[in-house]
Ligand binder design. Structure first.
Ligand code: BGC
Length: 338
């Protein structure tokens, strides 16, 4: 039997009930099967905006630091469940009096670290920012975050990983460098991978890790506060360090704009982890204005290539040249050639 006649025979076999039984029943049945199939393939995207309702408590609850402290633990807006309305940060970037800001936020230690002194902070995070030539945005970012984060009563450090001029920007690789360098100098159980142009609008959006990786910036103003698609994992992501190692970090292969975040989503799913998102009211962000970058058209091919080799491509084959390491008054600066 030739291959084409085999295919024909299979099709006939599938449709044979239609020949035997009344056609009147068969057509709606086939239509029903087709609709169900379509629905299943779209299902993930349909439930995606509501996924914050689906995950078990354990995955979406915050993971505290390991400690023997039982008293005088800092209280957090998220856990006190204050209404969003009461604590929403009133952010108007133009009102930030940037010119008056000389770089001395209150009690921020050199290197951009801060910790509450009146109580014991249950959460500790390293915040990694990939960076190049966005001076104005970095100024707004630091100004805002050294006021916003102390209100959450967490211990944190802001680490800016700056790429040298030679090659195209590689956001994923800079995150990997930030992680590896931080683990050497000031390790943490929780990392936040953060774009410099995103400003959170609700204090309930805790800068801490959940049981599963969390997409913090799932409601950004430039996307009308909606999730553009389910597999998006750009902007701001919180991950426990053990999970970041498990997924082998970001890919190092995405030079230029786009793709590395979609690829991280793939890595997270492959590792059997779920992406958690808080409700849109909590996950609200404003994006600071900037000229839109030109997306890298090769990102889909790189993605395809990486998906076959991701366990050998990422944190475990990372190479870079550390050009300098500095403790600035408001942040730790890691300058690299990648
Ligand atoms: C890019 C992502 C980006 C997303 C939203 C996608 O096409 O690959 O990197 O986050 O668009 O802008």
């Amino acid at each position: 039997m030739t291959p084409s006649s085999k295919v024909l025979k299979t099709i006939k076999w599938i449709y044979s009930p239609c020949h035997r039984k009344k056609k009147i029943l068969c057509v709606p049945a086939l239509f029903f099967i087709l609709t169900v199939t379509m629905f299943i393939s779209l299902k993930i995207d349909l439930i995606c905006p509501f996924s914050f309702l689906l995950f078990p408590e354990m995955s979406s609850s915050l993971v505290p630091r390991k400690s023997k402290h039982f008293d005088n633990i800092c209280l957090h807006p998220y856990e006190k469940q204050l209404s969003n309305e009461r604590i929403e940060v009133n952010l108007n970037v133009n009102d930030l009096e940037l010119t008056a800001f000389t770089g001395q936020a209150e009690n921020v230690a050199i290197g951009g670290a801060w910790s509450p002194t009146e109580c014991w902070p249950k959460y500790h995070v390293n915040i990694i920012i990939p960076y190049r030539q966005r001076q104005e945005q970095l100024r707004v970012f630091l100004h805002y975050f050294h006021r916003y984060l102390p209100l959450q009563q967490i211990a944190y450090r802001i680490i800016v990983v700056e790429q040298s001029a030679e090659k195209e920007f590689n956001r994923g690789k800079l995150f990997n460098v930030g992680f590896v360098e931080s683990e050497k100098r000031f390790p943490s159980d929780c990392y936040i991978f953060h774009d410099v142009d995103l400003i959170p609008q609700s204090l309930n959006n805790m800068y801490a890790c959940t049981g599963m990786p969390r997409h913090l910036s799932s409601a950004v103003d430039t996307f009308n506060y909606q999730l553009p698609y389910c597999g998006i994992l750009g902007g701001v992501v919180a991950m426990r360090s053990q999970h970041f190692r498990e997924v082998n970090g970001y890919s190092n292969m995405f030079y230029g704009w786009g793709g590395e975040d979609d690829n991280l989503y793939f890595r997270v799913s492959q590792a059997g982890l779920n992406v958690i998102r808080f409700e849109p009211d909590v996950a609200k962000y404003k994006m600071l204005r900037h000229i839109k970058e030109v997306p890298n058209p090769a990102r889909f091919q790189i993605m395809e290539m990486d998906q076959g080799i991701y366990s050998a491509e990422g944190l475990n084959n990372l190479n870079y040249t550390l050009l300098s390491y500095e403790l600035k008054p408001l942040y730790t600066r890691i300058f690299v050639h990648v």
